[in-house]
Ligand binder design. Structure first.
Ligand code: NAI
Ligand code: MG
Length: 385
């Protein structure tokens, strides 16, 4: 049966890149129905809900989504930009993509970082003999997507029971007495079940695509309980994959090492915040956010999105200068997910060819004095199949 894809362009450049991905899906002969769904800042301002129920229903029904990007703003702006009649009703903004991940338990986030030869943004390293070399990066980050520090369990001026819990631990007794608004708490939660699921997904992928190593990237020497659990689970899971080495790195050291020997890493697995950080860091080696695709994958629903945001300052510019590659690669990941890997490979090959050929360059791939606003109109950005 023809699949139906729920398309959620969201805000800003999400509206520019998502239609390009659909053009490419059509060009490779992927036969699907597309149904539009609202999400993002405009929904928040007009409806007081950045992820309307009708969008949730569509995802529940069709189980496959393509998402562009949304704008999120800090608390004060979120209150101020709400439609006047919705103000003062106790509505509070929460990121719809984070909500979506939790609601549908899209707990496995997969973020490939692959360098395309010929990309002028590829990381170049100086060799010890004074020359330069361009390491070929092929890393896939598996980020736990629903808990960790992004579980959304946090307070400014925490309630009495949280203060009591703090006070019961003698190390934190002083924090418990910090007056009202002067105390903010965000909780880092790791469950063994989800640690297990993300580690298993990472090893399974490593095996399928023949990566030689999986790196658990945490900080178990300091975050002894949460990172400690992640590392322990990774060790247990590795036992079923004797042919794949397990490396363990600390998140801080890893951000340094990745410019030293990025080509040596294969699959990286991490909790939510660390996975978010390390995937952007690796993305920087292969061209930045314009090249960074991702999949949010649950047992039933899966949503694919570029990792970049809505880049509001570029939303008004000529659409042909923002980079649609991250979005198009996300659409290719969607094809892999539903067993259409041959079409996905053709898309990746087309992107590689276009990047290598060098005739088409989006503004992020050029060094432009005065920034993109000084760009002449019309640099075409479509990928030809
Ligand atoms: P951003 O990812 O929107 O932009 C950062 C910079 O990266 C931009 O200024 C631009 O130079 C570059 N960039 C991003 N995507 C690009 C593309 N496709 N082509 C060329 N260059 C690109 O992050 P920023 O500026 O921190 O946040 C803007 C808004 O997006 C905020 O409201 C933020 O909350 C939201 N955001 C949403 C995300 C999502 O929807 N998943 C993720 C990250 C941020
Ligand atoms: Mg991020």
């Amino acid at each position: 049966a023809r699949p139906t894809v729920v398309t959620m362009p969201g805000d800003g450049i999400g509206n520019q890149v998502l239609p390009q991905a659909i053009r490419v899906l059509e060009a490779v002969g992927f036969e699907a129905n597309y149904v539009h769904a609202d999400i993002g800042w405009e929904c928040w301002c007009n409806e007081g809900n950045a992820l309307p129920d009708r969008t949730i229903q569509l995802l529940r029904k069709h189980k496959l989504g393509l998402f562009g990007a949304i704008t999120s703003k800090p608390k004060k702006a979120a209150d101020a930009e709400l439609k006047p009649e919705l103000r003062g009703k106790g509505l509070s903004y929460f990121s719809p993509i984070v909500t979506m991940r939790q609601l549908f338990n899209l707990d496995v986030c997969m973020r490939p970082c692959l360098s395309f030869p010929g990309n002028p943004l590829n990381f170049i390293r100086q060799t010890t003999c004074g020359g330069f070399e361009e390491p070929q990066v092929d890393v896939v980050v598996f980020r736990q997507n629903t808990e960790g520090l992004y579980a959304g369990v946090e307070w400014t001026n925490p309630p009495e029971n949280v203060r009591t819990a703090l006070a019961s631990h003698k190390k934190f007794a002083a924090f418990a007495n910090t007056p009202g608004e002067e105390l903010a708490v965000s909780v880092r939660i790791i469950t063994k079940k989800n640690a297990q699921r993300i580690c298993e997904a990472a090893f399974k992928h490593a095996k399928k695509y023949r990566y030689k190593n999986v790196t658990i990237c945490e900080k178990p020497n300091v975050l002894r309980e949460t990172s400690g659990m992640m590392e322990e689970v990774a060790k247990q899971v590795q036992k079923q994959y004797p042919e794949i080495a397990l490396w363990s790195t600390n998140i801080d050291a890893q951000t340094m090492w990745l410019t030293k020997n990025p080509e040596e890493y294969g699959v990286i697995v991490a909790s939510n915040l660390f996975g978010d950080v390390i995937s952007d860091a690796f993305a920087g080696l292969v061209g930045g956010l314009g090249f960074a695709a991702s999949g949010n994958i649950g047992d039933e629903v899966a949503v694919f999105e570029p990792t970049h945001g809505s880049a509001p300052k570029y939303a008004e510019l000529n659409p042909s200068i923002v980079n649609p590659i991250a979005m198009i690669l996300s659409a290719a990941m969607m094809l892999d997910h539903i067993g259409e890997s041959e079409k996905a490979d053709r898309i990746r090959k087309a992107i590689a060819d276009v990047v290598k050929e060098g005739k088409v360059r989006t503004y992020d791939m050029m060094r432009i004095a005065g920034g993109p606003k000084s760009l002449a109109q019309g640099a075409a950005n479509t990928v030809q199949i």
